[in-house]
Write a protein that binds this ligand. Sequence first.
Ligand code: ATP
Length: 319
Amino acid sequence: MRNIGILTSGGDSPGMNAAIRAVVRKAIYHDVRAWGINYGFSGLLNNDIHPLEIGDVGDIIHRGGTMLYTARCEEFKTKEGQEKAVRHLRDAGMDALVVIGGDGSFQGAQVLNDLGFPTIGVPATIDNDVPGTDFTVGFDTALNTVIEAIDKIRDTATSHERTYVIEVMGRDAGDLALWSGLADGAETILIPEQPYDMDDTVHRLVRGHKRGKKHSIIIVAEGAASGVEFGKEIQERTGFETRVTVLGHIQRGGSPTAFDRVLASRLAAHAMELLLNGKSGRLVGMLANQIVDQQIGNALQKPHHIDENMYRLSQELSI
Ligand code: ATP
């Protein structure tokens, strides 16, 4: 093992830089040269590869986004694109690759590994939807960003006695909505994994209002419903003044929390250790606070599940 490549792929997430830094430093510590590949799999196809020294990853541990940039790459989904990527990696003298990204990126990592190029995946996405890990890098930061926003909205919701619908990210996974809803005492949480009952939502709002509640907060994951449409219907059915906030991309940015920096460092260092020990085709993760790894293919076959106990708890606490 003399040279390893690192790329970030899919949606960016806070803590990707901490992961890049850990791979590079761990590699250099073990006399392995590290190379950055810009713009994910696109960079592989365009030979956008450059060496990374210790200093290149200094002063990035606290920065959001990714210093290697990221992209989505359709060409890489084709057989020709994948073979070209392996050819470019070999021509550049690479011995292995670390892919930092989400589940789509790991499909790509699996392909490279199947084509005989040793590859390891490090889960980093704000969605927390990668199987085989309790947490993905970036989720905790995004969650705290959402909480900060909801706390502010709550002030104005109380002052004006309004109902607020807040749409958060999560097309297929409701973790961000569920965790933020539980952390902020939302009346109702809509997630893609659970059907919602409009009558029940209206009932909860009216009941709270009769009890003298000054505000109501509803969290909607973008994959469960449109916040705007849902807000309209709530206002029509309850008659309560309702406002909608779509949080959008602020959820993806910002300085990573201590949790995400530590998680990123531990997962990325483990990825390097696996490669140094001749292992590949693995996805690293953290289960019950232990750093673990499993076959990428096996991990991706298991669908991501929402924590149903947590969902039930959120309903019990928002009576
Ligand atoms: P996020 O969860 O943040 O969206 P992601 O890694 O799931 O991140 P995707 O857009 O799904 O994001 O995937 C990123 C890139 O990975 C794609 O643009 C493509 O280049 C590659 N990729 C995705 N799916 C496959 C696949 N089935 N085979 C090969 N490559 C893939």
